[in-house]
Design a protein around this ligand. Structure first.
Ligand code: TGC
Ligand code: FAD
Length: 416
């Protein structure tokens, strides 16, 4: 029986309409979390670009993202805006249509995109780091001219095929093959978990040639033998496109090979770029969850006072501030090393490992502070949490990054 003697409360209980308290979060009130004044370490240009992306994502994307995630649709109408904001290929030189920015700017951009949704950051990461980067770094001048300006403008879309149904953490065991046949290569294989593939014009496919060497190939997706079935049963990154790439006797011109790299270091060097973007992006998601939690605890009352006044609540909030701040400092330092060109892949791994875990912990803690309403779509926290389950897995799982750093520190290989 309802405890209230108010007849309208009884009516609410007996009606079929659920009642919820007012939302305690205003997305437009986001101010960022900068406990250690890291803003002072940024250039004016970096701050300006970050603020521009932040404003766009808050005004244009935040209001629509929940619906896209629910309906499992990618908001492709945003692609021209993303291109206009320079989110597609921020580090690629301007002569090829990219932004020519340094790594700090790239990181801040990914932070602001993922603050709204990891799937949209995925779209940007794949375009810039996994498709444009290898074409720019390892492609011919003709390949660069053909693809980079249109990818930067969002007129062409790309995807990256490394993972296969039976090969994920250990890509050196890949089964996809590329056989030379006169002026062509014939590609056979099956890639799984390829972000963007069903909407892509070009796929960067990693395959083994007859001498067992891993090489990269540009495969136009309208070629005979290419199909890209969507993986549509995911509970994570639902506003992004994830697909398979099936390559059945696909003939491509020999000139489609990325001629300037061979071996596993080809795809892994692209992953360094994308993993770096994830380090910043994941903390964007964490900042969003913290913001929701902070607003909630300063609004919601229980036991006659704001829940932010309880010591156990403050401990959660302080833990979030502490871990996000440490991760932000890690990102800033990583960005300066990356810009200087002295970063080591193992340093990227340490930050990817740390920051994904921090983001997941923050999301789970924020959800806890929201109480029951935290499991509803009133708040973005469950969506971030579900997204982050992919983010902690792709681009190298938490365990793989542990082993990368472990090997670096001890000199012992624990992979096999
Ligand atoms: P290993 O012997 O360590 O290395 C083989 C060669 O590669 C070089 N290398 C690297 N080069 C550049 N960057 C790196 N990070 C590199 N790591 C290694 C290395 O120097 C060596 O070169 P060389 O010249 O001596 O031949 O190779 P391994 O077989 O022991 O494997 C290492 C391991 C397990 C760490 C690697 O396979 C790995 O990182 N596995 C994880 C796979 C992964 O991350 N897959 C990601 C798929 S793409 C994706 O998830 C996109 S999600 C996109 C989105 O939506 O955002
Ligand atoms: P597995 O490698 O089978 O691993 C399963 C479990 O075993 C993991 O917990 C792993 O950590 C653990 N494990 C494996 N080896 C070891 C070991 N030596 N020691 C300890 N533990 C170990 N790939 C692409 O190529 N392109 C993309 O665009 C892309 N996009 C993706 C998008 C999404 C949404 C997802 C979920 C994945 C995407 N991936 C993509 C694939 C992603 O990179 C792989 O899922 C990831 O590398 C892990 O591979 P796997 O799923 O085969 O898991």
């Amino acid at each position: 029986m309802p405890e209230s003697s108010d007849p309208s409360a009884i009516a609410d209980v007996t009606s079929s309409r659920a009642t919820a308290p007012p939302q305690t979060w205003d997305p437009s009130a986001f101010e960022g979390l900068d406990y250690y004044a890291i803003d002072e370490l940024l250039s004016d240009e970096a701050r300006t670009i970050r603020d521009e992306v932040r404003a766009f994502m808050t005004a244009e994307v935040s209001p629509i993202i929940e619906e896209h995630a629910e309906n499992e649709t990618f908001p492709d109408h945003l692609i021209p805006d993303f291109a206009g904001l320079g989110l597609l290929g921020p580090k690629v030189p301007e002569e090829y249509g990219g932004g020519g920015h340094d790594s700090i700017v790239y990181g801040l951009m990914m932070q602001e995109v993922e603050r709204i949704d990891s799937g949209l950051r995925s779209f940007c990461s794949v375009t810039g780091s996994l498709v444009m980067y290898p074409i720019w770094k390892y492609g011919s001048e003709e390949q660069k001219q053909r693809w980079l300006p249109s990818l930067a403008a969002g007129e062409a879309i790309g995807c990256f095929g490394l993972t296969e149904p039976y090969v994920g953490s250990n890509p050196s065991d890949m089964r996809t093959t590329a056989r030379r046949d006169g002026d062509s290569f014939i590609i056979d294989g099956h890639k799984r978990w390829s972000t963007n593939a069903s909407i892509a014009d070009v796929a960067v496919i990693w395959a083994k040639t007859e001498d067992d060497t891993i090489r990269g190939f540009l495969v136009e997706t309208d070629r005979d033998g290419v199909s890209t079935p969507t993986i549509d049963d995911t509970l994570s990154l639902r506003a992004a496109v994830t697909s398979e790439v099936v390559l059945d006797n696909v003939r491509i011109p020999a000139g489609n090979i990325l001629s300037e790299v061979s071996g596993l270091k080809g795809p892994l060097s692209c992953l360094n770029q994308a993993r770096y973007g994830i380090c910043w992006g994941a903390i964007g998601a964490a900042m969003a969850c913290f913001d929701v939690a902070q607003q909630h605890v300063t609004n919601r009352e229980q036991f006659g006072r704001k829940i932010g006044g309880f010591q156990l609540v403050q401990e959660r909030i302080v833990e979030m501030v502490q871990e996000i701040t440490k991760a932000q400092l890690l990102n800033w330092r990583l960005g300066t090393l990356m810009t200087a060109g002295t970063v080591r892949p193992q340093q990227v791994s340490l930050a990817k490992r740390n920051n994904c875990r921090v983001a997941l912990d923050v999301a789970r803690s924020a959800r806890q502070l929201l109480g029951g309403n935290g499991v509803t779509k009133m708040y973005p926290v469950m969506r971030h949490m579900a997204n982050l389950e992919s983010v902690v897995t792709y681009e190298g799982t938490h365990e793989i990054h542990t082993l990368i750093v472990g090997r670096d520190v001890t000199g012992e290989n624990a992979f096999t």
